[in-house]
Design a protein around this ligand. Sequence first.
Ligand code: NAD
Length: 465
Amino acid sequence: MEGSKLVYTPLDEIDEIYTSLRQGFSSGKLKSVAYRKIQILQVAYLLQDNIQRFKDALAADLGRPSLESSFLELNAVLGDTKVVYDRVDKWAKPERPPFSLNFAAMRPVIRKEPKGVVLIISPFNYPIFLTIGPLVGAIAAGNTVVIKPSELSPAVSGLFAELVPKYLDPDVARVVNGAIPETTKLLEYPWDHILYTGNGRVAKIVCAAAAKHLSPVTLELGGKSPVIIDPGCDLKTAAKRILWGKVVNAGQTCVAPDYILVPRHFQDKLVDALKEVHDEFYPKGSSVSPDFSRIVSTSHFNRIKRLLDSTQGTVAIGGDTDESKKFIAPTVVKDVQEGDALMSEELFGPVLPIVPVDSVDDAIAYVNRHDHPLALYVFSQDAAFKAKVFDNTQSGAAIANEVVIYIGADGLPFGGIGPSGSGYHTGKYSFDLFTHFRSSMDSPSWVDVFLGNRFPPYTAKKEGI
Ligand code: NAD
């Protein structure tokens, strides 16, 4: 699997793919929720039958340990698929709005209808969760779908190309593989919805292309997710969870803790706790540990290394790199200042800067001077501390004493705000994302006994003056 070469979809096939999915939508076969469920079940079989191949593919693309692939990716997406399968009948039913005496006779109802033909563009870092999860939501809502996985995770993307035609109806779901030319070509079409997961720079390209057709867009982006530390926190637990959130998938997690804001006097205690945890995680060192992933590409490796080489902070843990293996050690850098290279962009690697602050107010002000992050983490045992941080900041999610895994919590929406994204998915939120809520009513003639005054000629009497 190592170094697998991805076969890109020929550009001249994209038109046929789009057209056949448009026809697939028009055929009306997905009006049947039962048929949607058959396709969702097929997605589950696609994953379940090939679980080892997916783990191997993730290992080839990201050097990802099997446990991380099970826990964060395969179990999560299978769990989400089951939730959607079990509940789609209920979600798809027409919904009555709250009773209103004025309109009750007109039988108002919300019809749950598919949007049409949708495009899902996904990134390399959790390529199954972020492609298959939305695919299931789109099918559940009755849409036909093109998935465009990342060229940076070629082994997984190649598996999608092989397996989707075997398991799913080609009128319902197709795969387009490729890089910029293929995605650019896809973006020329009038999609009924586009879900883009990835970075903000490309999100602007997607939005500009979508604007030409007024295609609705949902953006799942990233940013620098801060951790705010209260010295009264359970330090050992905090250090363990924060470091795990940073090293899992070698930091290539959209909701990884990006940096820590800590009271100046508490910084060294925190570093000591992180060091202790680091040594527990990797007793023989991270470079020889089978439990630590690699950076996805040489260009991402070079980007992170350049930031690390430019920091004015002090490397307190790690710092080793090896380009030949795309290895960057779990690295903690202390005494980082606001203008530091490490604070200039989302790190998306296993490097954890610590920014000392004077107070929780300073920490809050720091967060508010920057883009709204995807997640904001607080470690504290003090309800007032947590409330103060949550009530005075904005972020996609506000999480206390935990990291990353909130994404898998059944019933919680997953999405950003502002530069970290717009719109939500997972579970019912995925169904809703790809559903048109179509207002409907059926008004009997006798209603005009009460509403006949609306018709001209208008008179003061009719207006009630
Ligand atoms: P990536 O390089 O895999 O790109 C994502 C997708 O964009 C790919 O399918 C790629 O082919 C496509 N693409 C790249 N350049 C393009 C262009 N010029 N025009 C059209 N399409 C193009 O992944 P990435 O963007 O580096 O992903 C990492 C980012 O995604 C991080 O910022 C991370 O935080 C964010 N992310 C967000 C979420 C979320 O759910 N909010 C999840 C994962 C990652």
